[in-house]
Design a protein around this ligand. Structure first.
Ligand SMILES: *Cc1c(COP(=O)(O)O)cnc(C)c1O
Length: 362
């Protein structure tokens, strides 16, 4: 009798699944938490509501082991670091990279150092970094300042940078495009996603292009990247000194993968657009209440942008769209609760009071 544990069917993570496309060698120790293989969910209610007759799918990356797509890059970066003898990793982070770095370092038995902007990271992400035993260093500065400090310190200390300037990160992250192609049996017409440090849009384009070049698929999507209005260097075509947005995961003014991200939009015939914090939060709630899918604010910008571009006609009726939902809504409970329009009721613990509370709502 075979059990899930010893069967070959047991999913062992994206490096194992896609090893022929990834920088791993026979005999490498793989550091994995079975990341990847996330669901591609077809939206049922929102397309009808906005009068769209094509299909919108969301790639729900919040279901990765630490709750964001960062796990895809981290399994690859930490695997390479460990096999090359590194005993410590470091990153600057708006939150999710630190959560993933902390978890994969714990799995590998190495040290993790994470630099985060003081007071500007969502509670769930901070809890993860602390729980997994990373050394959490808060800086009185933003992500971009943290990023330049990390680059400097790595020249002076024996630590491996696991931000997306580490090329292995993008190699791991490109597998999300492979999964989408395998699920849909083709590439979508449009791929919409949030852009912060710009690693992910670059990684998706790598993945789509690789499968296209290797004749695994006949088409490539148009890439659309969305930034928050207060943190939109690609819209202004220059770095932003003091980026601001409620979507803290994309509160970045000086994206490290600038050229690759621009290349992804240019080569694919795509674009960058911006959305306000209000539009982001509106869409986060729409997705939660019309489809039952809870993502974090930064993630919701992909769907917010897609809807706006459908309405403006930039995205054609009848097309297939994939939006990446980069992180889980539970990462940022404070923003979710503060946006709730239904106040909680407190009543006496009696049957009558409960009945009355329900009947009032029906
Ligand atoms: C990191 C992150 C982003 C931005 O991705 P980049 O690769 O930095 O552009 C968007 N959303 C969430 C939830 C993230 O954690």
């Amino acid at each position: 009798m075979t059990t899930a544990n010893n069967s070959n069917q047991h999913y062992k993570g994206l490096i194992n699944r896609y090893k022929k496309y990834l920088p791993v060698k026979e005999g490498d120790k793989i550091i994995s938490l079975s990341e990847g293989n996330t669901p591609l969910i077809k939206l049922e209610n929102i397309p009808k509501q906005i009068g769209f007759d094509g299909s919108i799918y969301v790639k729900y990356e919040g279901l990765n082991p630490t709750g964001s797509f960062k796990d895809r890059g981290m399994t690859m970066a930490v695997t390479r670091a460990v096999n090359e003898g590194s005993v410590a990793i470091i990153c600057a982070s708006t939150g999710n990279t630190s959560a993933a770095a902390a978890a994969y370092a714990a799995r590998a038995g190495i040290r993790a150092f994470v630099l985060i902007p003081e007071g500007k990271i969502a509670m769930g992400k901070l809890a993860q970094a602390m729980m997994h035993g990373a050394t959490v260093i808060q800086i009185k500065g933003n992500f971009d300042e943290g990023m330049s400090l990390v680059k400097e310190v790595a020249d002076h200390a024996p630590v491996t940078i696991v931000n997306s300037i580490n090329p292995y990160r993008l190699q791991g992250q490109k597998t999300a495009a492979f999964e989408i192609i395998e699920d849909l049996r083709e590439a979508p017409d449009y791929h919409c996603l949030p852009v912060g440090n710009a690693g992910n849009i670059s990684a998706y384009w790598l993945g789509y292009s690789e499968f296209y070049d290797k004749k695994q698929v006949k088409n490539k999507p148009i890439m659309a990247g969305y930034q928050a209005t207060g943190a939109a260097p690609f819209i202004h075509n220059k770095p932003i000194k003091n980026p601001e947005t409620i979507a803290t995961a994309i509160r970045i003014g000086n994206p490290q993968s600038w050229d690759m991200a621009v290349n992804a939009t240019v080569e694919s015939g795509g674009w960058f657009e911006q959305r306000t914090d209000e539009q982001i939060l509106y869409t986060q709630k729409l997705l939660a209440q019309k489809e039952g899918i809870f993502c974090e604010p930064a993630s919701a910008i992909s769907l917010s942008g897609a809807i706006a571009d459908i309405k403006s006609g930039k995205i054609k009726q009848g097309s297939n769209i994939v939006c990446t939902l980069t992180g889980h809504g539970l990462k940022d409970p404070d923003t979710a609760i503060s946006q709730s329009t239904k106040p909680m009721k407190t009543i006496n613990a009696t049957l009558d009071d409960v009945k009355r509370a329900i009947i009032r709502e029906l």
